[in-house]
Design a protein around this ligand. Structure first.
Ligand SMILES: CC(C)(COP(=O)(O)OP(=O)(O)OC[C@H]1O[C@@H](n2cnc3c(N)ncnc32)[C@H](O)[C@@H]1OP(=O)(O)O)[C@@H](O)C(=O)NCCC(=O)NCCS
Length: 180
């Protein structure tokens, strides 16, 4: 799996907040996270956020982001969010972002991943199902102010390479190095 030409995936930085918030508001017009919520996510030591940006010299633009959260040593992780700019959808960007989250979960030794998705979002549901997620519960009127149900979905993860479990991946290591 690869991204379309002109796009690359990297770990998110707190400095990406403005771009991510712009995409957050256009992707989730009625229930976007607040700036402080998103900032907390980007700074969280338990989080793993990645972005896809254009490779245009001088003016890279973020066209997608996704985040995972898991406590150290916990075999359970949550997919926090994922969004792709409308004009870039249907080209495999979401699949790349989601694959990277699940790869990071495996590297962290996670065995089980949960997420929530709006009941009226068949596109995202189709993607999660294609990755092996199954609906395990419904939370009535979870999304406000729309009053739309949430599907809780779950997948088991098989460790792809047990020798890598618990170690940061190439993208994670790059960001950790910056903070050494
Ligand atoms: C959900 C979302 C992230 C998918 O991103 P994307 O880049 O368009 O997805 P991709 O092109 O990588 O496709 C991945 C899978 O999603 C599903 N999918 C994508 N577009 C679809 C469509 N129009 N209809 C049905 N399924 C679709 C397919 O399962 C697809 O896999 P396939 O290509 O092997 O069939 C994107 O639609 C989005 O940002 N939506 C708005 C925000 C949102 O709803 N986020 C999810 C919150 S829970």
């Amino acid at each position: 799996m690869t991204l379309p030409d002109g796009l690359r995936l990297r770990r998110a930085h707190p400095q990406d907040l403005d771009d991510v918030m712009w995409l957050e508001h256009t992707s989730f017009p009625t229930d976007a996270w607040s700036r402080s919520q998103m900032s907390g996510e980007l700074y969280s030591p338990h989080g793993y956020y990645v972005v896809v940006e254009t490779t245009d010299v001088g003016a890279p633009t973020i066209v997608g982001y996704a985040g995972l959260s898991s406590l150290a040593g916990n075999p359970v992780a949550d997919v926090q969010t994922i969004a792709v700019a409308a004009e870039q959808r249907g080209k495999g960007v979401g699949r790349e972002l989601f694959t990277e989250l699940l790869d990071e979960a495996r590297r962290r030794g996670v065995h089980e991943v949960f997420l929530e998705v709006r009941a009226d979002n068949p596109v995202a549901q189709a993607m999660y199902t294609a990755f092996g997620f199954e609906r395990i519960a419904v939370r009535p009127r979870y999304y406000q102010p729309d009053g739309v149900d949430a599907w809780v979905m779950r997948a088991s993860l098989e460790p792809a390479d047990t020798s890598a479990a618990g170690r940061p991946g190439p993208i994670g290591q790059e960001a950790l190095d910056e903070h050494d």
